[in-house]
Design a protein around this ligand. Structure first.
Ligand code: GLA
Length: 404
């Protein structure tokens, strides 16, 4: 059994220090103390998405980047068929039997239980483990802490040496957990990025064919900066699931005249214009965002490949306006962050990243303008919103991996 572990406010440092994290596990678990050679440390990153928002479940394109902030676990398998996982930051331990994770509790451990459930359902034979978890990824910030905890959990439940299944299979195990256990009808972007991330690259994914390729972020002068609005991402499954239902309603209406249309991925701007009179105006606006956002992803890849930074900036601005006015997922706080950023010379583009409804913006910034952006956000944003922002310069990083 894990013994009590004193809360450690410096969980973020432990997330980057596999030896120290393994030492915490030895303190917390008799199994780990007795079998130090069986300890494994696994890390999974969070992500930002450069462009292509809410396109994943519409079987379109996304362009995420795995980042150098994430979640690490040190684990040792146990023979009792139990998960016993302690959060280093708070010292809190979650315990449940792997063959009966029970219902969702609205607790961080749901993401671990959901993976145990999804692995069991897929016949992937989850194993019990003792573990400690440390994170330097802010939660509820729209940087995919849920995907990161799910991915490390899958490794942990498979014994820690390797993931339980090949990488794209793991993407679907995580999706099954989110859709079937957590109750969020999301797509595959977040866990895909956390699993397939590659240092120095963005990841272009076609969510229909699941073909993907790595797009170099080759310009050393361009930094990626995430600005956290400080308003927790209110990703009430309800608002997110409602967007998804509206997209499905658009497909159903368009398919009455074009029966081969099975997702908004199949819909061109011309088809949408023709169908528009038959669509509820809100549904039409949602569909318009998706149809043009897919085109923007393709254009953004071309702009990245040719180094056309002004074009990228325009695409970011169009995407943000579309998310605000058509898809309805921005917020006054996110709009303020984008507004503050785009006034700074050297900021190439700014838009909200992830599900929306709070969370972070992603900014493409000439490296020498990063201090000015940071200063402007820290100075102007609290005055406009009464909230405290956080600014993170992030690096494109590798996906989930064993650290020890
Ligand atoms: C969340 C979901 C993803 C994706 C984004 C929006 O992060 O988990 O599947 O839909 O929102 O692009």
């Amino acid at each position: 059994m894990p013994g009590p572990l004193a809360p450690d406010p410096d969980s973020a440092a432990l997330a980057r220090d596999p030896e120290a994290l393994a030492a915490r596990l030895r303190e917390a678990s008799h199994e780990a103390a007795a079998r130090p050679d069986a300890i494994r440390v696994v890390h999974a990153p969070g992500r930002v998405n450069l462009i292509g928002e809410h396109t994943d479940y519409n079987l379109g394109f996304v362009l995420p980047v795995a980042i150098d902030l994430g979640i690490s676990v040190a684990i040792v398998p146990n023979d009792e068929g139990e998960v016993r996982l302690t959060l280093v930051e708070t010292g809190e331990t979650a315990t449940f039997p792997i063959d009966d994770p029970g219902p969702k509790r609205n607790h961080w451990s749901d993401y671990v239980a959901g993976i145990a459930w999804a692995m069991g359902e897929a016949g992937l034979g989850p194993r019990g483990f003792d573990g400690v978890l440390a994170s330097d990824l802010p939660q509820g910030a729209g940087l995919s802490s849920s995907a990161a905890i799910s991915v490390v959990s899958a490794w942990a439940l498979a014994g820690g040496d390797a993931p339980p299944v090949e990488p794209m299979g793991l993407v679907h195990v995580v999706r099954r957990s989110e859709n079937g256990y957590i109750g969020l009808n999301n797509g595959i972007m977040d866990q895909f990025a956390s699993i397939f991330g590659r240092a120095g690259h963005a990841l272009l994914l076609d969510c229909r064919t699941e073909h993907h390729h790595d797009i170099p972020l080759a310009d050393p002068d361009v930094a990626l900066v995430a600005c956290h609005s400080g308003s927790p991402r209110k990703l009430e499954s309800s608002a997110y699931n409602e967007r998804r239902a509206q997209c499905d309603a658009a497909v159903a209406a368009i398919a009455t005249t074009d029966p081969w249309v099975t997702s908004l991925r199949d819909v061109t701007p011309e088809m949408l214009a023709e169908a528009r009179p038959r669509l509820d105006p809100v549904v039409a606006a949602r569909a318009e965002h998706i149809v043009f956002e897919n085109l923007r992803v393709v254009d953004a890849v071309a702009a990245l490949e040719s180094g056309d930074l002004p074009a990228l900036g325009r695409l970011f601005a169009e995407s943000q306006a579309s998310m605000r006015d058509l898809f309805g997922i921005s917020s006054p706080e996110l709009d303020a962050l984008v507004d503050i950023a785009t006034r700074i010379p050297g900021v190439i583009g700014a838009r909200l990243t992830g599900a929306g409804f709070g969370g972070c913006t992603i900014n493409l910034v000439h490296r020498d303008a990063v201090p000015a952006l940071r200063e402007a956000v820290l100075r102007d944003y609290p005055a406009r919103t009464d909230l405290t922002p956080r600014v993170f310069e992030v690096q494109a990083s590798d996906g989930a991996r064993r650290l020890a």
